[in-house]
Design a protein around this ligand. Sequence first.
Ligand SMILES: CC(C)(COP(=O)(O)OP(=O)(O)OC[C@H]1O[C@@H](n2cnc3c(N)ncnc32)[C@H](O)[C@@H]1OP(=O)(O)O)[C@@H](O)C(=O)NCCC(=O)NCCS
Length: 285
Amino acid sequence: MEASPAAAAESCSPVDILTDGDWGQLTRPTEEYLSRLSEESTELFRLTNGEQLAITPSSVTFLNLFEDRVEQRILALLNPQDHKTVVAVYLGQGWCSVDQALRTSNRERQELVQVQSVGERIVLFLLNHVICGSSELPANVFPFRDHPVNEFAKIFWKDQEAAGFYTVKLKASLCSTHTSQCYQLPVLDTIFVRERHRGRGLGLEMLEDFCGLFPDGEEELGISRPISAAMYRVCHRYLQSRPEDQTRLWEVEAPGDWSQRENVWLLIQMGIIPSADPSAHPGSS
Ligand SMILES: CC(C)(COP(=O)(O)OP(=O)(O)OC[C@H]1O[C@@H](n2cnc3c(N)ncnc32)[C@H](O)[C@@H]1OP(=O)(O)O)[C@@H](O)C(=O)NCCC(=O)NCCS
């Protein structure tokens, strides 16, 4: 049996088909599918360039979605030439290319939407693990770790595509599963915009949105250290237009007590920030 190309399906996007919090709708059909897959399988996945990949037990692997849960995982089809590249994911109803998985058929899904459903968690994982974790993260930026299952996160939707995300460590949340230390202030932990959407204000909008989650002046706010050069530019722009937040925004090391904070505006004023990498920002000079 030849697999019909995932792109031909009406919508295979996780956010369109896995719309609530029930992981069983993904895990049960995946296990059933895997039990039928054999090395003799003739199932193929067609790439956009016309190339066809055989889907066999040795060409697929499970990816754990969260560092703190092993049971929530997704079946991925790997590029046979490069076993690190994820080509498609199995979403219970069939295979979906990564590009398609990051799209939505819902025109109403626009701008920042909080991650809640299973489908949204999968999109966040793909953005972080597959897109940001590979070619689209500048060499001078540390890769982000996988997000915990209940991490506060928002995805930026633009032109029916997941264009970026940000995640927050809430005040009093655990720093990690291996410690009893808790964050002492809300911290913008990871923020990412896909290359083709950079330089259009999405990063700035996400920083504004994060700061807007907490009423003005009520809380000190953090951004996880190290802040990248490009993100410093975003902070600079933001703090120029919001002077009232200049004393409020800190670059922090977890858990963020006073000895682990440096004021972002002060660092910018003192010039103690890395210089921006122009190649990471198509619109920059
Ligand atoms: C940092 C990042 C989120 C910024 O997103 P973005 O959508 O491109 O940012 P914006 O378009 O909102 O830019 C806001 C301002 O910062 C400037 N800026 C952003 N990145 C820049 C860069 N690399 N070089 C120069 N200026 C930059 C923009 O020009 C803009 O200023 P302006 O309004 O005066 O022109 C994005 O570059 C990214 O995902 N980088 C890789 C991951 C990363 O570094 N994350 C941060 C970890 S702390």
